[in-house]
Unconditional design. Structure first.
Length: 229
């Protein structure tokens, strides 16, 4: 069965990865675990931040509770400090009392030892083409301006396979994109979160691209597909 999320992340101002860290979440993971999560380490067709997206997607699937307590908390702290400069801080901050925050904590507590995602160059080209289409035509949506759906775009290279897509806007950081997609604030059906943590459709391969966007500054596209192992 094809899985397709038709929801978009809420636009938030750009996350800065240059903020000072007071602790290092890496210390909570072994070198072997970080190595296992780094399935995109040799993918020279991806940028450093796109490779980071793969790492964080995989860590969330390997141990959801630990990811929530480490990297997700780092993101919340850094993001909220950055957002203090804006007049609508209460709207754009990540509140630890928010229902989406609490539900993510509950959901990630049940995630352990899910299979990792592997990057794919052909699928990353599909993701990059859509991200450039979003920028060129200054819109946000899963259907291309020429009318192609997610299933049609992915199906052209991998026909008759389970697939899906996540879109995030406003962030250049790999960590920020993954965390905001998992949080899924304002998305009633939690479509991005469910897609990232999905097991029923055996999604195991990802294509990724982070590109500039005329309106939202940046857009990130993650395409998923289930391929034979």
């Amino acid at each position: 069965m094809k899985i397709l999320t038709l929801t978009l992340c809420l636009l938030l101002p750009l996350f800065s990865s240059s903020s000072v860290q007071q602790w290092d979440p890496d210390d909570s993971w072994t070198k072997e675990e970080l190595r296992m999560a780094n399935t995109a380490g040799d993918a020279d067709y991806l940028t450093a931040e796109e490779k980071d997206m793969v790492i964080y997607l995989n860590l969330a699937r390997m141990d959801g509770a630990r990811f929530f307590d480490t990297y997700f908390q780092e993101f919340v702290d850094l993001h909220n400090r950055q957002m203090q400069q804006y007049g609508n801080y209460d709207e754009v901050k990540v509140s630890r009392n928010d229902s989406y925050y609490k539900s993510l904590r509950r959901d990630l507590e049940n995630v352990k030892n899910l299979p990792v995602f592997w990057p794919d160059e052909a699928l990353s080209i599909v993701a990059k083409q859509h991200a450039k289409d979003l920028n060129r035509n200054n819109f946000a949506g899963h259907t291309s301006k020429d009318g192609r759906t997610v299933n049609q775009r992915i199906g052209k290279i991998y026909p008759n396979k389970s697939n899906g897509e996540c879109l995030a806007f406003g962030f250049t950081s790999g960590l920020a994109n993954v965390c905001m997609l998992l949080l899924d604030k304002g998305v009633a059906n939690l479509g991005h979160r469910k897609l990232i943590l999905n097991t029923s459709s055996k999604l195991n391969t990802v294509g990724l691209s982070i590109q500039p966007h005329k309106r939202y500054r940046y857009c990130a596209v993650i395409d998923f597909v289930s391929l034979p192992e």
